[in-house]
Ligand binder design. Structure first.
Ligand SMILES: [Mg+2]
Length: 182
C-alpha cells in the first residue's frame, strides 16, 4: 500500500504505519510466550475501549485478572491514554498500573514517557489498543510491536467515531490479506 498523509505541510506517516504487527479477535488471545519469544518485556496498554468500555469505569474482573497474569509473567505494564488524568488515575488505582494521560496519540512523546517509566527500549515493548489511528500508528512510528484488538463497546468519543470510518478501510484491507495468507 503506497502513499503518505500530510497535515498542512507536515509529513505525518506512511500507510504502512497503519498496519498492526498483530491483529487479534480478543485481547485475551495475547500470548505471553509469543511476546517473550520476540524479546518483548513490556506492554503499553490503551485505556478506553481496550481495558474499560468508553465512558465507563467498570473494569471487568476478567480484565483485572488478565492484567495480574501479565504482571506475574514478568511484563512491565503502563497505560497510555488520550483521556484525562482524572479518569486515568481512577483506572490506575483500580489496576495498580502507572499511566501517561492526555497522551495525544499518535504523537510519540507519551509512548516515550511510558518507555522511560518502564525502563525499556522500543524493540522490547508492545503497544496494545483498539484504534488504528492512535494506538497502532503511534506505536509503529516509534518502532513498537503493535497489537490491534477489537473495541470493547461501539460507543466512542465523537472524533473517534469519524476516524472509525477510515479505520474500516484499513481493517478491510488487513482482513483481505489475512484471508489471502490462508
Ligand atoms: Mg481506545
Amino acid at each position: 500500500m503506497q502513499g503518505c498523509f500530510f497535515i498542512g505541510e507536515k509529513f505525518i506517516f506512511m500507510w504502512n504505519n497503519l498496519y498492526p504487527d498483530l491483529y487479534l479477535n480478543s485481547i485475551y488471545e495475547l500470548e505471553p510466550q509469543f511476546l517473550k519469544d520476540k524479546g518483548i518485556r513490556g506492554i503499553i496498554l490503551d485505556m478506553d475501549n481496550t481495558l474499560v468500555p468508553w465512558g465507563s469505569m467498570d473494569i471487568d474482573p476478567e480484565m483485572i485478572k488478565w492484567i495480574k497474569y501479565l504482571k506475574d509473567e514478568g511484563f512491565r505494564l503502563c497505560v497510555v491514554s488520550n483521556n484525562s488524568p482524572v479518569r486515568g488515575e481512577n483506572l490506575s488505582s483500580q489496576v495498580g498500573l502507572p499511566g501517561v494521560w492526555n497522551a495525544n496519540k499518535p504523537l510519540r512523546k507519551a509512548f516515550r514517557r511510558a518507555l522511560k517509566k518502564m525502563e525499556l527500549r522500543p524493540e522490547e515493548t508492545a503497544a496494545v489498543g483498539d484504534q488504528v489511528f492512535t494506538d497502532v500508528l503511534g506505536g509503529n512510528r516509534l518502532g513498537l510491536f503493535t497489537v490491534l484488538v477489537p473495541q470493547l463497546t461501539s460507543k466512542d468519543f465523537v472524533w473517534t467515531r469519524i476516524m472509525r470510518r477510515l479505520e474500516k478501510i484499513v481493517l478491510r484491507r488487513i482482513n483481505t490479506e489475512k484471508v489471502e495468507e490462508k
